[in-house]
Write a protein that binds this ligand. Structure first.
Ligand SMILES: Cc1cc2nc3c(=O)[nH]c(=O)nc-3n(C[C@H](O)[C@H](O)[C@H](O)COP(=O)(O)O)c2cc1C
Length: 393
């Protein structure tokens, strides 16, 4: 056990899954799959490299779980929607396990912010008939612009008018998540994470701004969360008690980076409470700063609010850059585990380096987001290994 960060490097149990430490890799979309959604060898190497760095858990990039209902959100996004996808994920899971880490596949449905290029002319689906205001590709600083040779304003991605799912379709989509989860387990995953965050379909139900429904799937925190609970229930029925199911939540969306739940902390409490006793083994709070809750009345960090209200273990994420910050997130009660995104992407040996106590020149990040190859040069980050003499498992 590390002397410096004893909590961070202690094991943790999330439902049926016990992890060697409390460091998860946050889900990071890379668009590295084949055009048909089959994972590539490059993906196996990428995840294995980070598992080798000492992580407890890898949460994969958002993966579409079904071909139906415009689930797919990105070009070159991986899927777990058919047998070829299962065969593609198998070497990824094996490679991660070979390095002593566990892996859950993040299941996501893009909803109203699915890239129109993957929808083939069909309207996107959502909680209600709304239209996203779109989002700006990548970051927006001059340096980024210069290296991409972009003149004027940053290109904006726009989306069509969404149509509302019927109640019957909501059940069918939940069944699609369950079938995807079953395939994930078949591929060797230790469980799944359901993406209920960051502006995608389940977020569009949970967030009152985009859920205008008046049936049992809208109109109150409990109703807004009902679809996410249903997805958890159908997945549990499909994969049984031995595999983990995590639900990711956030205020932000890819098209709403300063998102705040109307109703403030009270709404967050109600969401947490509505998830108590659900089929989820843990919740995962996504943010660019885990400490922020954006409400003047009560400064309690949002993951702490959700953890208390739900009684479930929480993975906390956002802006955690080094070991001291990770340890503080855990000991302050903001989570049972931390998820590290951009730092692990850039420094695959982050856990090893942190555990060594060696001072390290971590990179700074701006809000790097998803762009299409060939503009994306994300894998070119430095990957220098500092060996602290921590034996490989
Ligand atoms: C390039 C990139 C891709 C991302 N892809 C996903 C994704 O597929 N699913 C998801 O839930 N969050 C995704 N996120 C959000 C991250 O998981 C995380 O919440 C965010 O980077 C903040 O954490 P950090 O400060 O540790 O990087 C992505 C973020 C970035 C920068």
């Amino acid at each position: 056990m590390s002397e410096a960060y004893p909590t961070l490097f202690s094991p943790v149990t999330l439902g049926p899954m016990t992890l060697r430490n409390r460091i998860a890799m946050a889900p990071l979309t890379r668009q590295m799959a084949h055009a048909d959604g089959t994972p590539t060898d490059e993906m196996a190497a990428y995840y294995a490299r980070r598992a080798r760095g000492g992580l407890g858990l890898i949460i994969t990039e958002g993966t579409y779980e079904q071909e139906a209902f415009q689930s797919r959100a990105y070009l070159s996004q991986p899927g777990i929607a058919n047998a070829a996808h299962v065969a593609g994920w198998r070497p990824v899971c094996e490679a991660v396990h070979a390095h002593g880490a566990k892996i859950v596949i993040q299941l996501m449905h893009g909803g109203r912010v699915s890239d129109p290029r993957v929808l083939g002319g069909a309207p996107p689906v959502s909680a209600s008939a709304t239209q996203s205001g779109g989002w700006t590709l990548y970051t927006d600083n001059d340096y980024e612009k210069g290296i991409r040779n972009i003149q004027g304003a940053w290109p904006k991605v726009t989306f069509g008018q969404a149509r509302a799912l019927t109640v019957e379709e909501i059940h069918a989509v939940a069944d699609g998540f369950a079938a995807g989860a079953k395939r994930a387990v078949e591929a060797g995953a230790d469980g799944v994470e359901v993406h209920g965050a960051n502006g995608y379909l389940l977020w569009q139900f949970i967030t009152p701004k985009t859920n205008l429904r008046t049936d049992e799937f809208g109109g109150s925190p409990e109703n807004n969360v009902r679809f996410a609970r249903l997805v958890g229930e159908r997945i549990r029925a499909a994969i049984g008690p031995d595999k983990a199911i995590i639900l990711r939540l956030s205020q932000d969306g890819v098209d709403d980076f300063t998102g705040a739940w109307p109703g403030g902390t009270a709404y967050a409490k109600a969401v947490g409470k509505a998830l108590a006793g659900s089929d989820y083994d843990a919740l995962h709070w996504a943010s660019f700063n885990y400490l922020d809750n954006r409400f003047a009345d009560d400064p309690t960090p949002m993951p702490t609010v959700i953890r208390r209200a739900s009684g479930l273990p929480v993975i906390t994420n956002g802006g955690i850059a080094d070991g001291a910050q990770a340890e503080a997130a855990l000991t302050s009660g903001a989570g049972d585990m931390v998820a590290i995104g951009r730092p692990i992407f850039a420094h695959p040996d982050w856990p090893y380096i942190v555990r060594s106590g060696v001072p390290y020149p971590w990179l700074d990040f701006d809000r790097k987001y998803v762009v299409q190859p060939p503009l994306d040069f994300g894998l070119a980050y430095p990957t220098g290994l500092v060996d602290p003499g921590w034996p490989l498992p």
